[in-house]
Design a protein around this ligand. Structure first.
Ligand code: C5P
Length: 213
């Protein structure tokens, strides 16, 4: 049995006390991976942004709001985990200034200055110990395999899962699992639970048990 950190869901970046930037990530792929990992007998910690999805009861859930919060919680919990799966869709940008009062309409266009947020998976990948592993996801609309391989290298992942826009806020997914050489080691299409079961079996075999291919 090992302990696995799963980042899941979207994050929110507030512009003012009531408005925020976010995305349609539902947390369903994270919940499905957690279920699959628990079924294999592993311990699971989920660091999740705000989602309507109910995570499996056996997982410990740490709720966060912003990408900075997700990074801080993930770094803290990763130290006691054997590996991490980054399936969250954290906001890549945040407003440079968060207004303390609700932004009032002026009749003029409103320009927002956005700055980059930290990359959670890349930070875990860069700082992981030799005995830890990191698996990332890459949602791409074109050149999927190539772009996923570039991200795998850039974020120091041990495997990456390439999926398409069908993954967003749906019950199904269509993925390829790539190893560090960019080779496709699994291809699976179907419900998120079916996809998660196949992915977790491969992660378990190759990164946890280190069974030769
Ligand atoms: O670069 P892109 O967002 O496509 O990369 C996707 C991968 O990076 C996913 O594993 C996602 O969870 C992770 N990611 C992250 N922090 C960000 C952006 C993406 O952990 N700020």
């Amino acid at each position: 049995m090992v302990k696995i950190l799963i980042t899941s869901g979207p994050t929110r970046q507030y512009l003012d006390p009531v408005r925020y930037i976010s995305n349609a990530s539902s947390g369903r792929m994270g919940a499905a991976l957690a279920t699959a990992a628990l079924q294999l007998g592993h311990e699971v910690v989920i660091v999740s942004g705000p989602v309507p999805t109910v995570y499996p009861a056996g997982a410990r859930v740490i709720s966060v709001v912003t990408t900075d919060d997700m990074l801080a919680a993930s770094q803290e919990w990763f130290t006691e985990c054997d590996g991490a799966i980054g399936v969250a869709a954290p906001c890549d940008y945040m407003p440079q200034i968060v207004e303390t009062e609700k932004i009032a309409k002026t009749g003029e266009p409103l320009t927002l200055q956005l700055i980059e947020t930290p990359d959670v998976v890349a930070t875990l990948g860069q700082t992981k110990r030799d005995d830890q592993w990191v698996v990332g996801f890459a949602l791409e609309t074109n050149d999927r395999r190539f772009r996923a391989t570039v991200k795998l290298e850039k974020k120091h992942c041990d495997m990456i899962i390439s999926n398409g826009p069908i993954a967003m806020d749906s019950d199904v997914n269509d993925v390829e699992l790539l190893d560090t050489a960019g080779e496709v080691i699994a291809r699976v299409k179907g419900t998120k639970q079916k996809v998660a079961d196949v992915l977790m079996t491969e992660i378990d075999r190759r990164l946890i048990r280190k069974t030769p291919a």
